[in-house]
Design a protein around this ligand. Structure first.
Ligand code: AMP
Length: 632
């Protein structure tokens, strides 16, 4: 089927043809199906599935009808809500080319960017507003934005929107929109709260699942490499060198991690940019632009910063830090293999977290190829082949170059000249790294795994084979072997090894002779984990909130570093509009108080002050730790 067969609006069809988009993606075919015309839709689709063009096409009959172009702009006819600035800007870019021949005027109303221009454009009149919930509510409250003439409303990445705590703002906007509008809700996942939200705010929504799980990943080559945690950075270097992708994204969990890794890669000679929550909008835009136009080849990013970014040519994704849950993992992988292109997604697995990684692949139905990180010798051999190829290819030399070559030959032998040329080319390549700790850790793990099975697991009373066969080097064991578990899949979360393999706690980490498994960190029973909202806790206020991209993912490590505490000393975290309230348990409060007041050179902008507990919120549960802990 072509876009024309699906009845796409003729004005948009012209733009699609000019852009070279001939075949609709599954989500585009689904939303354009005749039975979905003019209906409210609840669509589960990932970033990269072509969902922006999909909703752009879907709303055309509603907002353009038979007309070829829009009338003069007044109050907006279309509103698209997006959870992040980047996604909003990206949606605006995408819809701008799609509606180019319809003379559409649009404005992006996003936080962190000047108000004046947004107010001016809104006052002049627009057809489309794309924005983040906080800033849109701001405009509504100032009376700068009127939704009276709204005909179509799109909620993009609705699950992210709720995860980021935007429910209140979202509902405020939905309330302000006319009842007879058409509403399309897009979400990567459809948890019950999203379905409930859709039932409440959409009119008899038609549910569409355009990308069934088994089809989502076919263009991605998934790889997992076991590493020694201390060689993570070196492993990233070697993977970047081995793949030589035109552009790559490296994910880290914390802002500090991003800053450190990006600096280190740049120092080694990689053309590298970084984005994390602390960057201003112009800084992020600059970083992304340099990746798009090829000045940079590597982007180092946190999950929050990279959410929803449209970087179509990313051929390689490296997860330098393990993700905390399956959703984050899939989001990261989804940065590559987009719109039919091929890509590679590499997960670095510290040796002690191998089981967490296996569980991750099991849960996401992904078959990964487990192999060793490319070592320095392999990369050097490959460099030589590439050098030979590139130096012998190309156009015949120009006359003036031949003259200079003759003069060179008078001074040096042909071998010496060739060797100098090779040396010059080699200099341009960042050095690959040796990985002695990784090799040793893998070797030690192999030895541990190959000891007699009986002693190690005799207390378990279960099928020892499940573990005994699970050695390093055996490819695809993460998925293939584990599926045959007699007791269901392992239960650990991905962040650690708690309760892994469904074994009683503590069982897996020691063998019958009392020898500890050196690869599994010691853990504490759940009963010792911190309570939330305890009466004797101390509360602190951080000067960052939702508008500054506050996220427990980077707040927790920052608090631990600044206050000399561990994550177990942190209770509830409440991210508000412009600030974040954090609960520090009584046992750690005094030390935290003293240390957090010291100026911090690494993160001078983050201020931490003693405060009171925030009022309880009826509509949102406080942050209660990573997903693996929830509900236990
Ligand atoms: P999205 O899922 O909206 O983030 O889109 C991902 C990328 O796919 C964007 O760069 C789109 O321009 C591109 N794209 C969307 N539809 C098509 C199509 N039918 N053919 C090729 N590329 C597309």
């Amino acid at each position: 089927m072509t876009f024309a067969d699906l009845g796409a609006h003729p004005t948009l069809l012209r733009a699609l043809q000019q852009r070279g988009y001939e075949t609709p993606t599954p989500v585009q075919s689904a939303v354009l199906a005749p039975e979905h015309a003019a209906r409210d839709l609840l669509v589960s689709a990932e970033t990269g599935s072509g969902k922006t063009v999909a909703f752009g096409l879907a709303i055309a009959p509603t907002v353009l009808g038979e007309r070829e172009k829009f009338d003069a702009p007044k109050r907006p006819k279309v509103l698209v809500l997006a959870p992040t600035r980047e996604l909003a800007m990206q949606v605006q870019r995408e819809l701008s080319w799609l509606y180019h021949h319809a003379y559409m005027r649009s404005v992006a109303c996003v936080g962190g960017m000047g108000m004046a221009l947004q107010l001016k454009l809104l006052a002049e009149g627009v057809h489309l507003v794309v924005g983040t919930p906080g800033r849109l509510v701001d405009h509504l409250e100032r009376g700068a934005l009127s939704l009276e003439s709204l005909e179509a409303l799109v909620i993009d990445e609705a699950d992210e929107m709720l995860d980021m705590g935007f429910r209140e703002e979202l509902e405020r906007i939905l309330e302000a929109a006319p009842r007879d509008r058409r509403t399309l809700m897009f979400s990567a996942t459809l948890p019950p709260e999203i379905v409930k939200l859709a039932r409440q705010w959409l009119t008899e929504p038609q549910r569409i699942t355009a990308t069934p799980p088994q089809q989502q990943h076919r263009d991605i080559d998934y790889r997992a490499h076991v590493i020694a945690g201390r060689e993570r950075e070196h492993a990233v270097v070697n993977i970047l060198r081995a793949h030589d992708a035109a552009s790559a994204i490296v994910f880290c969990t914390t802002r500090e991690g991003v800053t450190h890794l990006a600096a280190s890669l740049a120092e080694r000679g990689f053309a590298c940019v970084a984005i994390s929550g602390e960057l201003s909008q112009p800084e992020r835009t600059r970083a992304l632009q340099s990746l798009r136009d090829g000045r940079a080849r590597v982007l180092v990013a946190t999950d929050v910063a990279a959410r929803g970014l449209d970087l179509p040519d990313v051929g390689l994704v490296i997860q330098a830090d393990m993700p905390n849950d399956a959703q984050v993992f899939q989001h990261r992988c989804g940065r590559t293999g987009r719109a039919g292109r091929k890509g590679t997604a590499v997960l670095l697995v510290p040796v002690e977290r191998r089981r967490g990684a296996e569980r991750l692949f099991f849960d996401t139905h992904i078959k990964a190829n487990w192999s060793d990180v490319p070592d320095a010798a392999t990369i050097r051999t490959r460099d030589e082949e590439r050098l030979l190829e590139s130096l012998t290819a190309g156009d015949p030399p120009a006359d003036e170059d031949l003259v200079l070559a003759e003069r060179l030959l008078e001074k040096l032998s042909p071998q010496a000249i060739a060797a100098r040329l090779v040396a010059l080319e080699r200099q341009k390549l960042p050095d690959p790294e040796e990985l002695p700790l990784t090799a040793a850790a893998i070797e030690a793990e192999k030895r541990y795994q190959s000891r007699p099975v009986q002693g190690r697991y005799e207390n378990r009373g279960r099928d020892n084979n499940r573990f005994g066969n699970n050695r390093f080097g055996s490819s695809n064991r993460a998925y293939g072997d584990n599926r045959s578990f007699d007791n269901g899949p392992p239960r650990s979360n991905y962040g650690d090894n708690r309760g892994s393999w469904g074994a009683p706690r503590g069982d897996v980490r020691g063998d019958a002779r009392g020898e500890a498994n050196p690869f599994v960190p010691r853990d504490r029973p759940f009963s010792e984990r911190p309570p939330r909202n305890a009466p004797d806790s101390a509360w602190y206020t951080l000067n960052v909130g939702r508008t500054q991209n506050a996220d427990p993912k980077w707040i927790i490590p920052a608090l631990c570093r600044r206050g000399g505490i561990t994550k177990d000393d942190i209770g509830a975290i409440r991210v508000l509009e412009h600030e974040t309230r954090v609960e520090i348990l009584a046992r750690a409060a005094q030390g935290f108080d003293e240390r957090s007041r010291q100026p911090d050179r690494q993160d001078p902008r983050l201020q931490i002050e003693r405060s009171t507990a925030p009022a309880p919120r009826a509509d949102r549960a406080p942050y209660v730790g990573p997903p693996g802990r929830r509900g236990k």
